[in-house]
Design a protein around this ligand. Structure first.
Ligand code: MG
Length: 298
């Protein structure tokens, strides 16, 4: 049976129908936060309940990169090629410098600790945007159980050059994955609150962004079966989003183009590989990959 489910004929231009879904590694507990480093030809990601970061390369396969890892979750690369990570354990956003030392970019807002930064993206101007739901403090499974100190969940922006994170988006139950459109003028944010509350709609919301300021949000797409978690936008603006049944691909107009079925619940994904056209998928206990006809925006 094909892994591809075509909802709109335009989906065919985005997939390689002969490409199969490959299992690159398994034995994980909850795989999240993949990021590709072209300079290393390596993928890094989190295995959150095992408190470790993993590394995968074509030649060496899967190995442990860092353990303990501060219960990291989402990762990204900044404009200077450095690793930027969300850490449930330290309730902070951290940057790994080129010499391997770790710098804390944000750990509090208004003098109170963050909840548990979940996913992160760097804007064109170098500002670091991250989501701060409560998953990492709800129990001891993915961090350390603790009462929230913030009065809400939120998306924050650390200004270019650093400083106190500004609270830029509220109104979500649990804001999760986030990604900019290729021109940087739209920000997509996943609402994953249906993980704990079935009354929360499993949606992606989109916000207009101008000069670091955010306009009012609107629903972009419903992701079913949800909830949506991590997402990426390709170079042409298509939105590739995690779902309980695999990866769902949306046109910038919000239309569902198609799905790539994955046998485990998908938490997150990213583009990478030698040509940038390989989709890496972190899905519960396994790391998967499939070649596609799409590229990361950079
Ligand atoms: Mg996430």
């Amino acid at each position: 049976m094909s892994i591809y489910e075509v909802h709109d004929p335009r989906f065919r231009a985005l997939i390689q129908t002969s490409a199969r879904l490959e299992v690159l590694g398994t034995g994980l507990r909850w795989a999240e936060g993949p990021v590709w480093f072209p300079a290393h030809q390596a993928l890094y990601f989190s295995d959150i309940p095992n408190d470790r970061m993993m590394r995968w390369t074509e030649g060496t396969g899967l190995s442990v990169f860092r353990a303990p890892a501060g219960y990291t979750n989402g990762h990204t690369r900044d404009r200077e090629g450095r690793l930027v990570s969300c850490s449930h354990g330290t309730r902070s956003v951290q940057r790994t410098e080129h010499d391997g030392t770790v710098t804390t970019l944000a750990a509090s807002h208004g003098g109170r600790r963050l909840n548990s930064p979940n996913d992160v993206v760097v804007a064109r101007d170098g500002a670091v945007w991250f989501s701060d739901p409560t998953y990492g403090i709800l129990s001891d499974y993915e961090g350390y159980e603790a009462p929230p100190e913030q009065d809400t969940t939120a998306v924050y922006r650390i200004p270019p050059g650093g400083g106190e994170p500004e609270r830029v988006i509220t109104g979500f139950a649990q804001p999760n994955g986030l990604a900019f459109s290729p021109d940087g003028r739209r920000l997509y944010v996943a609402e994953s609150g249906s993980s704990h509350d079935p009354d929360v709609p499993p949606v992606l919301r989109v916000f207009d962004v101008e000069g670091g300021r955010v306009g009012p949000g609107r629903d972009f797409a419903r992701v079913e079966p949800g909830p949506p978690d991590g997402l990426r936008v390709d170079a042409k603006g298509h939105v590739w989003c995690s779902a309980a049944d695999g990866v769902q691909v949306f046109h910038p107009d919000g239309m569902l183009l198609g799905r790539i079925r994955v046998p485990e619940t998908v938490a997150n994904l990213c583009f990478g590989g030698l040509r940038g056209n390989r989709l890496f998928i972190t899905a519960t206990t396994s790391l998967y990959a499939v070649f596609v006809n799409a590229l990361a925006p950079d």
